[in-house]
Design a protein. Structure first.
Length: 278
């Protein structure tokens, strides 16, 4: 008798866009870590009649880790007290950790609730480079789901200083190194140069940029130049399967078989991170 785990998910309404299956009532047979055409009659069954069976969801823009998220978890304690998450009992009788909900659930509750909604992958959409180590620690403490984050670089002070000095190549290399050493999945660009203008960089009294060619205290620094340099940085290093260097990844190619574990200056984290630059 084979010891490979088997399961027949029986009678569910199956949605599988990648294979053209749109609401078909059928069985889904699983052997080991693969979906197979058929299983022996005696395989364990899960009755899914009246339920939807679909690939795991991918949330490409969430906020579940990083310094701001962790600070927010300390707020509104009355919400946490009113929304406890009991510790589930696992196979073999072991008990996992509990958590709390509220406006921003704790790490363990975040994993449980995403799984309950049918999600298997969640991407934290904005982590500052200095907060990367802490973000990895939070993602490592979030169970069940695969996770990764995008590192914020559109208003990085050192990057803008290099551009102002005419060192575009150095700025690109710096961004590429930072993308690798933070173990980020992609670069996140929000309002490139706009925050620097708001802080008064270059003596400006403006509060935002209004176009791609606005200058930021130096004719060498514009939102367009920031975008060009960061695009070059992202394309200069390997990216995970299915990911565009400067965009949040979509569902294609984001499965557990692409997940890797990396050990480096920011510790170990699971899932969806490209390797560091040598």
């Amino acid at each position: 008798m084979s010891k490979t785990p088997r399961l027949r998910i029986a009678g569910g309404t199956v949605y599988d866009p990648a294979n053209g299956v749109d609401g078909v009532v059928r069985d889904v047979c699983i052997e080991g870590d693969r979906i197979v055409a058929e299983l022996p009659p005696g395989a364990p069954r899960l009755d899914a009649r009246g339920m939807v069976v679909m690939p795991g969801g991918v949330d490409i823009h969430a906020h579940i880790a990083g310094s701001s998220v962790n600070h927010a978890r300390r707020l509104l304690p009355e919400e946490h007290a009113a929304d406890p998450t009991p510790a589930p009992r696992l196979d073999g009788g072991a008990v996992a950790r509990s958590g709390t909900g509220g406006t921003l659930p704790s790490t363990f509750a975040t994993g449980y609730r995403y799984a309950g909604l049918g999600y298997t992958t969640v991407m934290e959409a904005a982590v500052a480079p200095l907060a990367a180590r802490h973000a990895h620690a939070e993602l490592d403490d979030t169970p069940i789901i695969d996770a990764g984050f995008f590192v914020l670089l559109g208003n990085d002070e050192y990057l803008l200083r290099q551009l102002a000095a005419g060192e575009a190549a150095r700025a690109r290399d710096y961004a590429a190194w930072l993308l690798g050493t933070t173990r980020a999945y992609a670069i996140k660009i929000v309002n490139p140069g706009g925050i620097a203008v708001w802080k008064g960089v270059g003596g400006s009294d403006r509060r935002n940029v209004s176009g791609l060619d606005d200058t930021l205290g130096s004719s060498a620094v514009t939102p367009r130049k920031i975008l060009e340099v960061l695009a070059g940085a992202a394309n200069a290093r390997p990216t995970p399967p299915g990911a565009h260097p400067l965009q949040q990844p979509g569902a294609a190619g984001e499965r557990r078989d692409h997940a890797r574990e990396h050990e480096g200056p920011l510790g170990t984290t699971r899932a969806l991170h490209a390797p560091a630059i040598p």
